[in-house]
Write a protein that binds this ligand. Structure first.
Ligand SMILES: Cc1cc2nc3c(=O)[nH]c(=O)nc-3n(C[C@H](O)[C@H](O)[C@H](O)COP(=O)(O)OP(=O)(O)OC[C@H]3O[C@@H](n4cnc5c(N)ncnc54)[C@H](O)[C@@H]3O)c2cc1C
Ligand SMILES: NC(=O)c1ccc[n+]([C@@H]2O[C@H](COP(=O)([O-])OP(=O)(O)OC[C@H]3O[C@@H](n4cnc5c(N)ncnc54)[C@H](OP(=O)(O)O)[C@@H]3O)[C@@H](O)[C@H]2O)c1
Length: 449
């Protein structure tokens, strides 16, 4: 059996692991990624000051060391190869392409300069090649981060960390340089619902109270009876928020305001085109009969004086040519990991989807292990007899790609890049100093061009 997995993030790697551990039939697994580097958001999303989480890459490297595994980096499905071609070369295909675009606020002014979606800002500080040249202007003193998830907290924390806190991490060198010279003094993290509805987790909230030169600030009025509906579910967060509300900030410290019950209604532009402020409508909470709690606008509006807005309100899958797309959920159309036609819901044979491309942008890295294994169980159940179909030789796909001028990057090549990054990082006492440019990566692998 020969299987292609498209995407080398956690979901793709956990699917590869489950497939390679099969004992019923030998399986060859080719994992493709559009980048020359593996691991998806473990490299390009997880915050640089959370190095421990990134150690999961070692587990993935063990999978990559299995003899029937291959990594084909620098190959983009929909650009370098089509789904139709993959069907000819593989018995089954697994899409593990994640959620690479942002959800939008859908308010006036969202596209102006210094209103920067989380994907761009996170990709920029993590050295994702797509965002290495993003224009991030940190010459303004106040920033609004919209959203109450862990990504919002990542972004706020990174904006307020010091050089000493950042330089020992694998933050991209260009971002380190810019953040060291940043003039940002105050960050406002804005939740549209109340503190009991915040999606961030206590461990991440606790970290905000331990920053070297910044203090969390919570208005006690945001924790009164009217604002706190559904306390039981979120006691960990509420205890921390109450402790922050009772704390006096250190004189001269930078400030990280956690505000609730406000929805942005417009990004206000200055005459030169950048952000001059963020209009916010005050909300009240409404408990529904089904137990859910929704925010309702009160009509009371204020303008927050900020020069930058970073929406961190979730992600969506990118549409890939030839791959059925669910427009409403903004994921690859599927039922339980089996790809389906979005209109008829008919199963597309031998095609599967795992990870955020399957379920949307929720959940932690470790959760993909079980979820990908469940989809692999469907693949096993559906796949009986498929291996009787003769395929072209395994390397025929490489030849096809090379003919097109694609410079393939193998796992061995990646290890070479890994060594270079680790050696560069050692100079600043960091775990690595990332190479952020695909051309530079390819030049290292093939100096003669
Ligand atoms: C900013 C951020 C921080 C996070 N921090 C944490 C954390 O600290 N701890 C935690 O447990 N979870 C964290 N998460 C969640 C975690 O990263 C996700 O659950 C997980 O990465 C999703 O895995 P995935 O494999 O579905 O997608 P991804 O990790 O996004 O991998 C998708 C892969 O597909 C590739 N790809 C996309 N399109 C194509 C194409 N057309 N052709 C070829 N390849 C393609 C991409 O290059 C990428 O490598 C974070 C998420 C974000 C956004
Ligand atoms: N350290 C970590 O472990 C870590 C770090 C980063 C990410 N992650 C994980 O990765 C996943 C994605 O994180 P995430 O932060 O992107 O998503 P998330 O947890 O779903 O949070 C999204 C936030 O955006 C808000 N939001 C959505 N639309 C909005 C709008 N129009 N206006 C205002 N606010 C809006 C949501 O509010 P409502 O609740 O009101 O909809 C929610 O607070 C999560 O599972 C997260 O835990 C983990």
């Amino acid at each position: 059996m020969r299987i292609a997995i498209i995407g080398s993030g956690p979901a793709g790697f956990y699917a590869a692991e489950a497939l390679l551990k099969r004992t019923d039939t030998p399986v060859d697994v080719d994992v493709f990624d559009r980048l020359p580097t593996p691991y998806g958001l473990v490299r390009g999303g997880v915050a640089p000051d959370h190095q421990k989480i990134k150690s999961v890459a070692r587990v993935f490297a063990t999978t990559a060391a299995r003899p029937s595994f291959r990594f084909l980096g620098n190959v983009q499905l929909g650009r370098d190869v089509t789904v139709e071609e993959l069907r000819r070369h593989y018995h089954q295909i697994v899409f593990a392409t994640g959620n690479e675009s942002d959800r939008r606020l859908g308010i006036p002014g969202e596209g102006i300069s210094r209103c920067t979606p989380a994907t761009v800002f996170v990709g920029w500080y993590n050295g994702h090649p797509d965002y290495r040249n993003a224009k991030i202007d940190l010459s303004i003193p106040r920033v609004a981060v919209v959203g109450n998830g862990n990504v919002a907290l990542d972004v706020a924390r990174i904006l307020l960390r010091t050089r000493a806190e950042l330089e020992k991490t694998d933050i991209a060198a260009h971002a380190l340089e810019a953040l060291v010279h940043s003039r940002v003094q105050e960050v406002f993290v804005l939740g549209r619902r109340g503190p009991a509805q915040a999606a961030f987790t206590p461990g991440e909230l606790k970290e905000l109270g331990e920053l070297e030169v910044a203090d969390p600030i919570v208005d006690p009025a945001d924790l009164d009876e009217e604002a706190v509906v559904g306390e039981e579910a979120n006691k960990g967060n509420l205890d921390l928020l109450r402790a922050y509300a009772a704390r006096s900030p250190r004189p001269g410290a930078k400030r990280l305001h956690l505000r609730f019950l406000v929805s942005p209604t417009e990004v206000v532009a200055e005459s030169s085109g950048g952000v001059a402020g963020l209009a916010l409508e005050r909300n009240r909470l409404e408990a529904r009969p089904d137990g859910s709690v929704v925010a309702r606008g009160t009509g009371r509006v204020e303008v927050l004086d900020v020069g930058m807005v970073l929406p961190a309100v979730g992600f969506a899958a990118e549409r890939i040519p030839g791959v059925p797309f669910d427009e409403k959920a903004r994921i690859i159309a599927n039922v339980d990991g089996r790809v389906v036609d979005p209109a008829t819901r008919a199963v597309v044979p031998n095609e599967y989807v795992v990870g955020w491309a399957r379920s949307g942008p929720q959940g932690l890295i470790g959760e993909h292990k079980r979820a990908s294994a469940l989809v692999v169980a469907h693949m096993v159940a559906d796949g009986a007899g498929l291996d009787a179909r003769p395929l072209p030789p395994r390397e025929a796909i490489d030849a096809l790609l090379r003919e097109r001028g694609v410079k393939l990057v193998s796992f061995r090549d990646w290890k070479q890049l890994d060594d270079v990054e680790v050696a560069r990082g050692a100079r600043r006492g960091a775990p690595r100093d990332k190479i952020v440019d695909v051309e530079a990566m390819l030049a290292i692998l093939s100096p003669e061009g």
